[in-house]
Ligand binder design. Sequence first.
Ligand code: SAH
Ligand code: SF4
Ligand code: F3S
Length: 541
Amino acid sequence: MLPVYLETFGCQMNELDSELVHGQLTALGYRFVDTPEHAAVILYNTCSVREQAEQKAYSRIGIISARKRAGERLILGVIGCMAERDGIDLFRRHPQVDLMCGPGELDRLPQLIDNVRRTQQAQNAEFAEPLAIADRTALAGNRSRRSTTLSAAQDDLESLDLSRAFDPGARGAKKYSAYVRITRGCNKFCTYCVVPNTRGAEIHRPPDHIVDECKRLVDAGVLEITLLGQTVNHYRYQHGSALTVAGREAPQVGPGLSAFRTAPRAGVRCTTFADLLRRIHEELPALKRLRFITSYPRDFGNDILTVLRDSPRICRYLHAPAQSGSDRILRLMNRGYTVGEYLDFANRATSMLPDLCLAGDFIVGFPSETDADFQETCALVKRLPFKNNFIFKYSPRPGTAAFDRLKDDVPDAVKRFRNNQLLAIQSEVSRATHASWIGKRVEVLFDEVREMQKLKTPAPTTQLTIEGAESFRNQTPESNRSLRSVQCIGRTPGDLIFSMECDSLQIAAAFVGKTAYVDITSASPLFLTGTLTGSNLASSH
Ligand code: SAH
Ligand code: SF4
Ligand code: F3S
């Protein structure tokens, strides 16, 4: 039972991949540990989307490399998007790394670990033969499965998703929520983005596989499923295609953008994203919440909004990144829509679904972004009721079109200034959006207990944020601290955070994994608070 430590960086796709790796290795007899100290195999599931994300992984790799140089016998593996992007270069710069595996090859990870283990054992017996690079790497970009057929390679990956451990314990604290991938990869080639390089072409999973996976998760006690795709609303599966494996439908390459501009050919049966949502909602009445990320602001049709409107258990939550409020910058980003089209999409969505929560991402300091462009971004953020936006400073990524063709000419100080300014604007928008929920009754799914220091004298702010409370505590004299306060944290269907003070850890823990109706009594830009409505604690199972 070799102890494995696995740390995950990056997006929900990576979190899901880590869960699959966890299941795969557990089934083979590996045991997972919570810290790297006593692990024999250390795996970093990495992200390449911004340089900062890579730096985090590099600093971890540096620490483990030093342990290896000091003589500890460990297996150090880098998996995920950074392995795929950096490839063999990473081995050269970090010779202590034993193996690398890209996100499209994770079904081969056990074999790679096994190869390294055997070589290390042979080294003990002093007839060491260095392992060939090809036996230490599985990257789509070099030793490619381009030699095999798309369907065969995808079918192996598909079996990894299908063979996931339907064991609630495997998802740790989040055992009531699960991710289900509907689309791998991305074809959009936004000029700043590494994802099409690291995750490969857009591949859509057959609807039957997706529904089956959802069913098994619900049978295992999952209450909330989040469907994953880089542009999730572009899901489209064409039935009756030639690409079937052993008589079963196989994963399929996504259609080009033009598919959304023209009607399907006569006689072709398609499962669209709207169809898929409707089907999961209808076939899984025990599923409490169905959500999906990330929505692409183009081609988000009224057919999808109608399904949301008519399906009470589909969450009215859209994470639909706008990225910029300037048409000129959107064009340079190759996003494929204008600000006007984004507004049309957002206004259609909020008018058809009045309780919708809208969220997104913005990039500031994209090459050539002027102050006027940035002001247009600020105006867009002010114009819509975003519950939150993730705001990123542009990070040039090798291998992307923007890196090759556009000069990273906005100074870092300007990027930082714009980042802070947009955060401040978003904070005001979030305050108003959250405040609009005061007086409403909503259902909350509780999933976490937090303990915080409580102050005898109230903090001098009108509303403490969770982060605010933490930093205030640090500056608070001992005399102003009293007992710890216990909060049970949950989320509304629109993904707003709800925090409820509880008398004890036991009481708070009893809420985890349950839903309850609450009346919202106050709000901050980050979360809502309120009271339970009578004894409505709904049982989850
Ligand atoms: N598929 C999703 C986004 C995936 S990446 C979509 O298209 O919306 C998550 C976010 O990271 C992006 O929305 C973008 O805002 C940000 N991002 C991606 N590449 C970046 C880069 N090079 N620099 C800064 N932010 C970046
Ligand atoms: Fe990246 Fe654009 Fe694809 Fe999103 S849609 S993953 S930003 S290329
Ligand atoms: Fe990062 Fe790869 Fe996700 S680059 S954002 S982990 S798809």
